[in-house]
Every structure is written in C-alpha cells, then in structure tokens.
Design a protein around this ligand. Structure first.
Ligand code: 13P
Ligand code: SF4
Length: 303
C-alpha cells in the first residue's frame, strides 16, 4: 500500500516540478521520501535555493509560511493545514505592538517559530541554530525577544551584556522536561552525553553536555568520539541520528517528547497535497514584504 502511495507521490512530484522539504521531527516515512530533511534554518535556506514550481512543506505552519515569505513566485503547500505551533501562537500581535511602543529603543528579534504578522513587526528573525549570534550581531543594546522564554534565557547566558526583554512563551514538548528526567536517564545510561535543544528549561540546559538545534545535534553526534547520547528534543530526530550514525546509540531523554503537530503529516496527506494542490500557504503582500526583510536580515547578519 505504502509503495503504491510513494510511487504516486514520485510521479506527481515530477509532473508538477515539486520538491519535498521535511523537518527533522517528521515521521520516518516522510523523512524517507523528502528531497531535503533539516532544521528550521536549513529548510529556510533550501526554500530559497531550490529550483521548482511547488514546495511541499512537511512541517508546521510557520515553516511553510517562511518558505512562502521567501518565495512569492512558488506554490508552497502545507499538507496538514491544522499543523500549527502552540509556541508561535502565544504571541498576540496587539500586545506585541504595545511592547514595541513601551520599549521604543528595543527592536524585536523573533524566533522563526512565529507568524508572518509577528515577523513583519520584527527587525530580524533567528532560529535555534543562530539565536546568540543574531543577538550579538544586531546594533542594539536592548531587544525584545519573542516568543520562547527558554531560548531567550539561553541567549542571555551567552550575551550577558545586552538587555533581553523576553516574551513568556514556551514549547510544550520541550518545556515538559524537568531536571529530574535528566538525572534519571543519566543513571540508566551513565556513559552517554546529554544533548538538548535550547527550547528546554534553563535547569535542564544546565545539566547538558551540549546544546544545539536539531541539525546541530546531528553534526555534534557525527563529530563526537562518544558512542552514546541522550537526546533532549522531539523523538523524530532519533530516526535520522540512528540512520546516519550506525555505530552509535541514541536514547530519548523522555519517550513522550512528541510534537503532535509535527506528526500530523502522513504519506496520504502528502499525496493529497500534490493531487489537490492543498493547502496553499500565501501571505498578504504588505505583510510579506516586511516579514521578508526580517528573515533576509537573519541571513545577512550571520551568513
Ligand atoms: P530546529 O530549528 O532546531 O529544527 O527547531 C525547530 C523547532 O520547532 C524546535 O521545536
Ligand atoms: Fe512548536 Fe515545539 Fe512543535 Fe517545535 S516542537 S513545532 S516549537 S510545538
């Protein structure tokens, strides 16, 4: 059954001159059919580079929206329209505008996990792969950082000389991890290195051997001499880690670290996306132009 679907996806991809981009948290079968699998930064770079008419974005809404911001002339499809990001949804635009008025000398740096409207209000965007570098590089001593308070805290540690006014958002999948989870898993695998995502709580990050974006974790595991790793991020990443490092062992920090939105996309929905041209992600041009500037600035600040 799956083979028939995969063949049909391949046929339609060719017919429509489409490419499939997938985030590292996607289901195994989606990662396997994708043309490129990566973290948010790599996927937004790919979205600019790829030569195609259609991008099928297997991820969540803000990721497809970022691709649409960067590619007004391509059709960007999100196979599951309900695949959102609860952390991105914590930013209320009206309240953010009030913050901007209240702190006029503190421009907004927004994590890429935000809506186009929020990006349009931002000076620059960042991802988990470049947040400290972006905050260092912007020509301001004080910034508003939205929406992830844990990422903001991690950035503060590396850029203590700047003031960071942080929004109170978090990712439920990462914030659920407590210090005790690290201690317990470390007892089971005492030789393993603990690698966590910067969306984890500060006290969890404190106990980690390494902190990185999802693809940063893949690079770290490949380069490391260690043979065992406890991985503190959405468990979908373990598929890639195991596939690309056959001689090494990877354990989830907690097996319940699942992002339900990332898991919505299935082979069936990818097939339907290509067949029915759904769901087209389009950003109103006035918002897109401003959001584009913020995303583009991220690329130019740290190339
Ligand atoms: P990465 O940019 O590290 O892939 O993270 C995206 C994300 O949504 C983490 O929860
Ligand atoms: Fe959003 Fe968290 Fe899911 Fe990433 S893992 S998409 S931050 S809810």
């Amino acid at each position: 059954m799956d083979n028939t679907i995969i063949e049909e996806i391949k046929r339609l991809k060719k017919q429509r001159n489409a490419i499939i981009l997938a985030h590292n948290y996607q289901r195994e079968e989606i990662q396997d059919i994708a043309d490129f699998v990566g973290d948010s930064l790599e996927l937004s770079r790919q979205a600019v580079q790829v030569q195609c008419d259609v991008i099928v974005f297997c991820g969540v809404h803000f990721m497809a929206e970022t691709a649409a911001i960067l590619n007004p002339d391509k059709t960007v499809l999100l196979p599951e329209i309900e695949a959102g990001c609860p952390m991105a949804d914590t930013v209320d635009v009206k309240e953010l505008k009030e913050w901007i008025k209240k702190y006029p000398s503190s421009p907004v740096i927004s994590y890429v996990n935000t809506t186009a409207e929020v990006k349009a209000l931002s000076y620059a965007c960042c991802t988990s792969a470049n947040a400290p570098q972006i905050v260092k590089a912007v020509p301001f001593d004080s910034i508003i950082f939205v929406p992830d308070k844990n990422l903001a805290e991690w950035v503060k540690k590396q850029v203590p000389y700047k003031e960071i006014i942080a929004w109170n958002g978090f990712c439920p999948t990462h914030h659920m991890i407590k210090k005790e989870d690290v201690i317990r898993t470390k007892k089971v695998h005492p030789d393993a290195l603990v690698v966590v995502h910067p969306e984890c709580r500060p006290e969890v990050i404190e106990l980690a051997d390494h902190v990185a974006s999802t693809s940063g974790m893949v690079r770290f595991a490949k380069a490391s001499q260690a043979k065992e790793f406890i991985i503190g991020t959405e468990i979908g990443l373990l598929y890639r880690l195991k596939k690309e490092n056959p001689g090494k062992n990877f354990y989830p920090l907690k097996s319940t670290m699942i992002c339900p939105n990332m898991k919505r996309t299935t082979l069936e929905s990818v097939l339907l996306a290509l067949k029915e041209n759904q769901y087209v992600i389009k950003v109103p041009e006035d918002i897109r132009i401003k959001a584009y500037e913020a995303v583009q600035r991220m690329f130019t600040l740290v190339s």
